[in-house]
Design a protein around this ligand. Structure first.
Ligand SMILES: [Zn+2]
Length: 243
């Protein structure tokens, strides 16, 4: 039954419920030359920023001073100075990387499926210059439940007190811009991965449920119910992938 529900929700997605963020209209605050050759990016960026933004690297945890920023302000893409996040959506995730629950708006970032670790993850890129920023996970705080886990070296910070015009423009853009919507190319792999694992664990439990002897000990019984718990966990993850 649960699989039927998930399949139905998948059909809703396929029918256009999800619009890729990249299709949303963009509201640029600053006209930047965002298309550069690799040689130009190497010239423009410091080595550590180039490795993250252009080579999809990851900075060491607890290495960015931006992780401790609490002052109201805007976090810009270091590659093109596109405003991406604000301190008002920043939170302490304890991960060692600057974390936010929402970008400036849905047109600020581009979300892509990432299989580098085999498990499907969602990569976050700057929508303007396509620079790699980090990843977004679904274990963030309210109101979105998202955790944008970013590399501080890919960002620059401008305090509101240092650029009031930027702060006002970003606030207006957040109020009027499109919401973040995960594209189907991101949602579907995570959905299928979790549905497959959930089904495998439920099937394993169903196949073994009649094998447990009446004299089984507590540990043996707990072990027998592990596939059921694992199946429920991955079914929950599949449901979360549809948010
Ligand atoms: Zn950028």
């Amino acid at each position: 039954m649960q699989r039927c529900v998930l399949l139905s929700l998948c059909v809703l997605e396929c029918s256009g419920w999800v619009q890729p963020a990249s299709r949303a209209p963009r509201l640029r605050l600053r006209a930047a030359d965002t298309r550069r050759s690799d040689a130009e990016w190497r010239e423009l960026l410091a080595d550590d920023a180039y490795r993250v933004l252009r080579e999809e690297g990851t900075e060491p945890p607890n290495s960015s001073p931006l992780d401790d920023v609490e002052e109201p302000g805007t976090f810009l893409c270091k590659g093109c100075r596109e405003p991406l996040f604000t301190t008002s959506t920043k939170f302490d995730s304890g991960s060692g990387w600057p974390s936010f629950f929402r970008p400036v708006d849905g047109a600020s970032v581009e979300l892509r499926a990432d299989f580098k670790l085999l498990l499907p993850r969602t990569e976050v890129r700057c929508a303007a210059c396509e620079g790699h920023l980090g990843h977004v996970f679904d274990d963030g705080p309210r109101p979105t439940g998202d955790r944008y886990c970013l590399n501080g070296v890919a960002l620059s910070f401008v305090a509101d007190g240092d650029d009031a015009a930027l702060a006002a423009a970003v606030a207006a853009r957040t109020a009027a811009g499109p919401p973040v919507q995960k594209p189907l190319a991101v949602t579907l792999p995570a959905l299928l991965f979790n549905v497959a694992l959930s089904g495998a664990f439920f099937a394993s439990f169903a196949a073994r449920s009649g094998e447990l002897p009446a004299s089984a000990g507590v540990l043996q019984q707990a072990f027998a119910f592990f596939p059921l718990a694992a199946g429920a966990f991955y079914a929950y993850q599949a449901a979360k992938a549809l948010r």
